[in-house]
Design a protein around this ligand. Structure first.
Ligand code: GLT
Ligand code: MN
Ligand code: MN
Length: 410
């Protein structure tokens, strides 16, 4: 039976309610979850795609996030402030209105980030050959730091989307990376100065990698490349600089996200985390968390819980083009948060599972044989290693609820 728009809405609401399993806003607020302005305001446009949604005002985003139980808001400098107002009275006035709206709805701004990729001025990259481009980029970074302090943010993110090229051999990569470090130094210096003047703490500066978009080749394509850059000796304040890995960006180049996060944790540099989902070796599709790789996501959260990660989980996904303006807040955001919390709780079950704990302990204990030669060590341990595959099966069972007695035609 064909349905009118009103009937379609009624159907979607009825089926959403029938899905059940939604957490309350109070429960959701217990997690350090942040909602980006740009995610909720994304209109569905892309190179080959016209927008499918109407523009959304920042006050609506903040109000809707508050109602859903998203406690934190994140933004680019230019998401809300038009270019012509940057650094002028207009900026001051708009930031004041953002602050009021956040206060009114009980949200906090946790992170600010600078758009150094969209405007035509960044065609040759934010750390290009021209001194004036680099000076302009540095000014934008310092200005964003000032906005962050004004809004009470604790994190600044840098996604150097255009730090790369379409042609090999045309730029001096070493020089460009040094210029890029100068930008970070300017931002950290501004932060130290403003923090001192305002009696606030300095912020955590977080680098976000994406391997191959929008440029063909990127100078810092992975979180690991960024770690090398952070520890390169070019940064004046390397202790202030860490990472904001994005789940999908680490997957896009073919890496294991858990392993990327482990390396960041080991270096003490996992400051911030963009959560979403998608596919290996494809575009940055930014699908909402858990819709593609729920088992991997479960394992990621086990790792983060094990190592007490306590930074933000930033909902950096794009509501699909097939979702309407209403659907963004009625379906996209609430279901994303609820899958995250469910996976978080399941991660707790993994950590408390007696089978997994006994298996891990046994693997660590080994056979106790003397480490004399390869063959005897192998022979002494070979039955123990069966536990690897059994543990993988157990993780699947936890994912589908089989550990709680859920059976399928047994
Ligand atoms: C852009 C990118 C995201 C980054 C944003 C922060 S901008 O949308 O694809 O992954 O987190 O600058
Ligand atoms: Mn991101
Ligand atoms: Mn992405």
């Amino acid at each position: 039976m064909p349905l009118s728009i009103d009937q379609q809405r009624a159907l979607v609401s009825r089926l959403t309610a029938a899905c059940g399993g939604a957490y309350s806003p109070e429960q959701r607020r217990k997690y350090f979850i942040s909602g980006p302005q740009w995610a909720a305001a994304y209109e569905g446009n892309a190179i080959f795609h016209a927008p499918t949604r109407r523009p959304v005002h920042f006050e609506t985003v903040i109000e809707k996030y508050a109602a859903l139980g998203i406690g934190h808001w994140t933004t680019h400098d230019t998401d809300v402030i038009p270019y012509e107002h940057l650094g002028k009275d207009g900026q001051h006035e708009i930031v004041g209105r953002i602050g009021e709206s956040l206060r009114k709805h009980g949200l906090a701004c946790s992170m600010v980030t600078t758009e150094t990729f969209h405007h035509a001025v960044f065609a040759g990259g934010p750390a290009g050959e021209q001194l004036e481009v680099r000076q302009y980029s540095q000014w934008r970074l310092r200005n964003t730091v000032a906005i962050g302090h004004e809004l009470g943010a604790s994190y600044v993110v840098y996604w150097p989307g255009s730090l790369g090229y379409q042609f090999q051999g045309i730029v001096d990569e070493v020089q460009t990376l040094k210029w890029f470090a100068e930008g970070m130094n300017a931002a950290c210096d501004a932060d130290i100065e403003i923090a001192k003047a305002k009696g606030r703490n300095t912020m955590l500066h977080c680098m976000e990698a994406k391997p191959f978009e929008p440029q063909a080749e990127i100078l810092l394509p992975t979180s690991d490349a960024m770690l090398a850059w952070i520890f390169s000796g070019q940064l004046k304040h390397p202790e202030m600089v860490g990472l904001n890995p994005e789940y999908l960006h680490e997957l896009m180049w073919g890496g294991a996200v858990r392993a990327s996060l482990a390396r960041a944790l080991m270096c003490g540099k996992l400051f911030h985390f963009d959560i979403n989902d998608g596919y290996r070796l494809k575009h940055d599709v930014d699908i909402a968390v858990g819709l593609v790789n729920p088992l991997d996501w479960l394992n990621v959260l086990v790792l983060l819980r094990t190592y007490n990660y306590n930074g933000p989980f930033n909902l950096d996904f794009k509501p699909p083009r097939t979702t309407s303006n209403e659907g963004v807040f009625d379906i996209s955001f609430p279901t994303a948060i609820d899958r995250f919390i469910t996976l978080w709780e399941m991660a707790g079950e993994v950590m408390a599972d007696p089978i997994l704990s006994e298996a891990s302990a046994a693997l660590r204990d080994g056979s106790g044989v003397a480490p004399t030669d390869a063959n005897s060590i192998f022979e002494a341990n070979k039955e123990l290693w069966n536990l690897h595959e059994l543990m993988a099966h157990r993780l699947f069972q936890i994912l589908v609820g089989a550990h709680k007695g859920r059976t399928f035609s047994l």
